[in-house]
Ligand binder design. Structure first.
Ligand code: HEC
Ligand code: HEC
Length: 440
């Protein structure tokens, strides 16, 4: 052991013995440096949400009156028991039947991307929403850039709506409502409105003057004391506040370890964190307190899609910016509670964490070897086709911005197991795991 290591050991003991009483081992010493070099830190809670606001948001989150045909709610695709997702590769919107893995398509339309988990949203550093970032709120100026023009810019037409929002997730929450494949549907008062703005007004009418009025007039008043006129911004803000309040995840072995409890992670998880930062190069993108820098990147995920669509691929960020360098790029996901949020990637291509890690081991080969037999598509009546175009596959690999990952990280079998262990249990808040098994 070198002189500097002994010094670390001493410092580490001095800093942490109060917390855990554990003696740091070789792994703790290596991690001490990694933690410092990468400025790793636990995720701090945002300010407390007033409970009447979160309560309103929670009711709206589970409210089927928000969907045109009154058959689904946010919860259908973001269920707390399914890791705030739906456990399917592609969510089934209004018209589908059942919940989670038991949900089937029947007459429902599909979303063509995987339902994103809702953990740890509401932070100002998360300005872009959706896999392609098409909903954006500037956390300093509050200016929006979204698919609905009347919300956008410094002097938006709908300023009464935009001024209510305090975070990007609150803005995002009003978009599934006007998505025909998700919640709006066809042939109902919300879908019959001529514009998106009028659809939002029709929803407010249902809540405050129609079927919902006995419940919601009271809840809105309590959530927004002093406010007389409510609009869709108040719906979004309440749902966003609920998500921020209820889906805050930060009590993982990883967080407790960073806070100084050396026993919080097992040796395997510690070796996994070392592989994550060093040989895996994962922290080139999955860094910061969320284990994501939220930048748009590609990792050459195999792409497939329903034959209902014109193309078997998804151009991701390119669809928003029309910049060639953004082709096939998606917002880098945060990783806490990963074990609960299968399947993975923007299209649910990987059913398990093992498959995701194996992909990084050799993206080019894995992309070429991918077959749709590996994806559980049994819930759907749509047919699916895999994009096998060799030019596009080459581009997918070439656009990976980290050389080591582009060439494949080539882990040893031990590193692979440890990395999987870290991702699976090291990042899991057991509060959310209750009653669930961790395997597929
Ligand atoms: C039919 C399924 C479905 C329903 C219903 C649904 N969502 Fe989603 N949600 C998705 C899908 C799919 C995505 C990713 C879409 C994309 O990136 O293009 C998503 C993305 C999100 C995101 C973005 C998260 C991030 O990290 O960028 C949030 C927040 C969200 N949904 C909240 C809601 C809320 C709130 C509701 C109810 C008002 C709702 N969703 C209803 C399927 C659904
Ligand atoms: C170049 C940036 C980059 C690097 C390096 C990187 N990732 Fe990712 N990661 C992403 C992006 C972008 C996605 C989403 C890709 C998609 O949907 O096609 C992703 C998705 C994932 C997912 C799926 C998460 C989910 O919720 O669906 C896991 C797991 C993951 N990465 C783990 C890792 C591990 C482990 C490493 C290191 C071996 C790593 N990543 C390296 C950018 C990166």
């Amino acid at each position: 052991m070198g002189k500097s290591n002994i010094l670390f050991l001493f410092l580490f003991l001095a800093l942490n013995s109060f917390n855990s009483g554990a003696v740091p081992n070789e792994l703790d010493l290596r991690l001490e440096k990694i933690i410092r070099d990468n400025q790793l830190s636990p995720l701090k809670k945002l300010e407390d949400i007033p409970q009447p606001l979160s309560f309103l948001g929670g009711n709206l989150f589970a409210e089927t009156l928000l969907s045109g045909p009154k058959d689904i709610s946010c919860m259908t695709c973001h269920h707390p028991m399914n890791g705030t997702g739906d456990s399917l590769p592609f969510p089934i919107g209004t018209g589908g039947v059942g919940m989670g893995r038991g949900r089937i398509q029947q007459s429902g339309l599909l979303s063509h991307r995987n339902s994103q988990p809702l953990y740890n949203l509401g932070y100002p550093e998360i300005e872009h929403m959706f896999w392609d970032g098409r909903v954006y709120r500037n956390s300093v100026t509050g200016e929006l850039s979204t698919p609905v023009e009347s919300l956008n810019g410094s002097d938006p037409q709908l300023i009464e709506v935009t001024k209510v929002f305090k975070s990007s997730v609150s803005v995002q929450a009003i978009f599934p409502l006007i998505n025909d494949a998700e919640m709006r549907g066809k042939d109902n008062d919300i879908a019959d409105a001529k514009t998106d703005e009028e659809s939002w007004e029709a929803i407010m009418k249902r809540l405050l003057e129609g079927e919902g009025k006995n419940k919601y007039r009271e809840l809105f008043k309590k959530a927004y004391p002093g406010t007389k006129k409510f609009n869709i911004g108040h719906v979004g803000q309440a749902i966003g506040a609920f998500i921020q309040d209820q889906f805050y995840v930060a009590d993982t072995p990883y967080d407790r370890y960073l806070a100084g409890d050396l026993d919080a992670m097992t040796d395997s998880e510690k070796r996994g964190l070392i592989a994550f930062t060093e040989r895996g190069k994962c922290m080139q993108c999955h860094n910061g307190p969320h284990l994501s820098n939220f930048l748009f990147k590609t990792v050459a995920t195999p792409q497939f899609n329903s034959t209902v669509l014109k193309e078997p691929y998804d151009q991701g960020r390119y669809e928003v910016t029309k910049q060639k360098r953004d082709l096939f790029k998606f917002k880098t996901p945060a990783l806490r509670n990963l074990a609960l949020t299968a399947p993975y990637m923007h299209n649910g291509a990987f059913a398990t964490i093992e498959e995701a890690v194996d992909h990084y081991n050799d993206p080019k080969e894995q992309l070429e070897a991918f077959s749709l037999e590996r994806v559980d598509l049994s819930a759907y009546t749509d047919e699916f086709v895999l994009d096998r175009d060799s030019r596009r596959n080459k581009l997918r690999v070439n656009l990976i911005s980290i050389g080591e990952v582009r060439r494949g990280i080539n882990l040893t079998p031990e590193e692979r197991l440890d990395l999987i262990q870290f991702l699976k249990t090291g990042l899991l808040d057991y509060r959310f795991q209750r009653g669930r098994s961790l395997g597929p």
